[in-house]
Design a protein around this ligand. Structure first.
Ligand SMILES: C[C@H](O)[C@H](O)[C@@H](O)[C@@H](O)C(=O)O
Ligand code: MG
Length: 390
């Protein structure tokens, strides 16, 4: 039976959740990490100081005409809630739940005059993911089954966090550390970046993958110098070295990088058009975040284009939303797990405490659960508000 959408609702939550940079107290994810704002000394020590956590979490709920509710969480907070309630809901209510392509196209086209990327695309992604969750629940199937079914039995993970040595003990295939010092910290910062890598290499041995996440903080010249010196310590990949708009810089960095070192980027890129441009730079791995790039509907297109280009897709974070996708694609051979424990020493679900039943890797592996939709529920103990309604 074909179901129609009865109502769309948008909520916000604060603290942790899908806005995983919104942590309180000490957390490695906010401890002197190089960013584009590191050019300004007063914003170097903490990313929260320049507002990395201003958005908060957006929860999108979509209810079908039989009362079944699908939902998703992403980073978009109150702005996203306004966009859903005041603008996008009109393209959903009364439509068939299966009208994924038309709904996506109308959301994208109607927001072009103020959207294209960033928080608008995060919001469109949230709506798309909630629709997939709803469709899975209505059909009593996991989302991966809607996407064509799994191509492997379980996912393999690398870990992102301050302690690759602990990630190794926990069974991950590699550890990606945040780069802490940018070009404005000069030769001393460069030395500290290299010392940290050398120390970690010492702890994990030769074969374990070590990567540096540069979070848009470098320029081409610094990246090339860092890459060549880091190659001596077996750096496996250099991630998001440049600002996302510098496609020409990525092409140059790829040309000048040491042989064998992977150049990766894309977590702040969105839509098939953005990724088409990124693929032309010849970077080795693209890293769309399914909660930010346009949702599953758009990631399918991005992934097919990357596959034809011979480029791997290793989605950024996004927990269950990327797990259900990665398990269905051969050109997504492994997944990221973001260590949300404050010192990156223990496994904590990425969107904790917002979701119930959020699966986590055990010994670096995960069999994606076959519960309907994305297989998670909202934790009723987390306070949420509905700031707007239509
Ligand atoms: C660790 C990084 O600075 C970011 O916080 C993280 O979101 C990211 O870039 C990643 O690749 O996981
Ligand atoms: Mg990254």
């Amino acid at each position: 039976m074909k179901h129609k959408i009865a109502q769309v609702r948008a909520y916000t939550t604060r603290g942790k959740g899908a806005d995983y940079h919104d942590q309180s107290g000490y957390h490695w994810i906010d401890d002197h990490i190089a960013t584009p704002m590191s050019a300004y000394p007063e914003f170097r020590q903490s990313r929260q100081s320049f507002g990395i956590n201003v958005l908060g979490t957006l929860v999108v709920e979509i209810e079908a005409d039989d009362g079944t509710v699908g939902f998703s969480v992403t980073t978009a907070g109150e702005i996203g809630a306004w966009i859903v309630e005041k603008h996008l809901a009109r393209f959903l209510e009364g439509a068939y739940v299966t009208d994924l392509e038309r709904i996506w196209d109308q959301m994208y086209r109607s927001t072009l005059f103020y959207g294209r990327r960033g928080v608008v695309l995060n919001t469109i992604s949230g709506v798309d993911l909630a629709l997939y969750d709803l469709l899975g629940k209505l059909r009593d199937e996991p989302v991966y089954a809607l996407l064509g079914g799994p191509v492997r039995d379980e996912l393999t993970f690398y870990a992102t966090g301050a302690r690759p040595d602990i990630a190794q003990q926990l069974g991950f295939i590699g550890g990606k550390m945040p780069l802490q010092h940018g070009p404005a910290e000069g030769e001393e910062g460069m030395r500290k970046n290299l010392e940290k890598l050398a120390d970690m290499r010492e702890r994990v041995g030769e074969d374990f993958w070590l990567m540096y996440d540069c979070w848009m903080s470098l320029d081409v010249d610094y990246s090339v110098r860092l890459a060549h010196r880091a190659a001596e310590h077996g750096l496996r990949w250099m991630e998001e070295a440049l600002i996302p708009d510098d496609y020409w810089g990525y092409a140059e960095l790829k040309r000048r990088a040491p042989e064998g070192m992977l150049i990766t980027t894309g977590e702040h890129e969105a839509t098939r058009w953005g990724f088409r441009q990124l693929l032309e730079t010849e970077v080795d791995i693209i890293q769309p975040d399914v909660g930010w790039c346009g949702g599953i509907t758009e990631l399918l297109k991005i992934s097919a284009m990357a596959d034809a280009h011979g480029t791997m897709v290793v989605p950024h974070g996004s927990s269950v939303y990327s797990y259900h996708f990665v398990v269905t694609r051969t050109n997504s051979p492994f997944s990221e797990f973001l260590m949300m424990h404050e010192t990156a020493e223990e496994i904590v679900p990425m969107f904790s405490p917002l979701l119930l039943n959020e699966p986590v890797p055990e010994n670096g592996k995960l069999k994606v659960p076959d519960t309907p939709g994305f297989g998670v529920e909202l934790n009723p103990d987390v306070e949420r508000i509905r700031p707007y309604s239509h």
